[in-house]
Ligand binder design. Structure first.
Ligand code: GRF
Length: 274
């Protein structure tokens, strides 16, 4: 894929939004990536910022279609990563609108890394204990991720809170999936906390990451019923049922963001159509 052909499209309806909400990164003629910004105050200005002046009309049938580059971050089994890989494989990267260019983890031995290696993808590991401070870890994670020039970064079971530098670089295009219906039950124990609270329905939330814990603008949610027997195993079976919904939702949402573009208006995420 020619580098200058990569971009995330925004549909004409989204282009009608406030000026400056979308931007293009990279030198003119080399790269046209259109992505939403979280808010002007959250983002440091970069020298390559300039208005989008390139057509974002969908690719013509038979023509070569540009795809977004995705870096996925994992900590565990990586079944959400696998769902993305399968969705891209199933439709083909061009039709899906994106391809995974690398997978990163915060620890060695994560099964998600093995899935990436089986898929022939480059991987990297950035462990907090390998750095003198959390800020240095964040800078290294930012650099390792940025080296793959992603248009979107997906936290798929990545169990670390990223810092200021990562958000300054990837804010507005950094997506997380959480196994509860936010804003209820944020944090590392969303399934267990929802179960303990006695909710009758829970689910999963795909959202943009901001500087809070699971507080960013919500892109999509899926609902899962809680069963009486879920107490028996501390929520393990419930989490598995949530993950079934979560994997489908994440694969669907990422493809739609990549194919059709999006805009973040305060807390509202507007997906394009196409
Ligand atoms: C998912 O439920 C995710 O929401 C949570 O951890 C789980 C990761 O599962 N943060 P996997 O590693 O993708 O299988």
């Amino acid at each position: 894929m020619c580098r200058r052909d990569r971009r995330i499209r925004c549909s004409p309806c989204l282009r009608a939004g406030p000026p400056g909400r979308f931007r293009r990164r990279g030198p003119p003629g080399e790269r046209a990536v259109v992505a939403a910004q979280p808010s002007p105050s959250r983002r440091s200005p970069r020298p390559d910022d300039r208005p989008d002046d390139r057509s974002n009309s969908p690719a013509q049938p038979g023509g070569s279609r540009e795809v977004a580059r995705i870096v996925v971050l994992v900590s565990g089994s990586g079944t959400n990563l696998q769902a993305l890989l399968d969705a891209i494989d199933g439709r083909g990267a061009e039709e899906y609108g994106a391809r995974i260019v690398a997978v990163g983890a915060d620890r060695h031995g994560a099964a998600g890394l093995e899935r990436a290696e089986r898929a022939g993808l480059p991987t990297f590991v950035c462990r907090v204990p390998d750095f003198a401070s959390r800020a240095e870890w964040d800078r290294a994670l930012t650099e390792r991720t940025a080296a793959y020039e992603p248009d979107l970064v997906v936290s798929a079971g990545f169990m670390k809170i990223v810092g200021e530098e990562f958000l300054a670089r990837f804010g507005g295009r950094f997506i997380n999936t959480h196994p509860a219906l936010l804003p209820s039950f944020p944090g590392a124990h969303g399934v267990r906390d929802a179960l303990a609270y006695g909710v009758k329905v829970t689910g999963c939330t795909v959202h943009f990451v901001d500087d809070g814990v699971d507080t960013g603008p919500i892109i999509a949610q899926g609902v899962v019923e809680v069963r009486d027997e879920d107490d028996a195993d501390g929520g393990a079976a419930l989490h598995e049922r949530i993950k079934e919904v979560e994997r489908r939702l994440l694969a669907d949402v990422v493809g739609r963001l990549a194919r059709n573009g999006y805009r973040i208006e305060g807390r509202k995420v507007r997906l394009g159509h196409g």
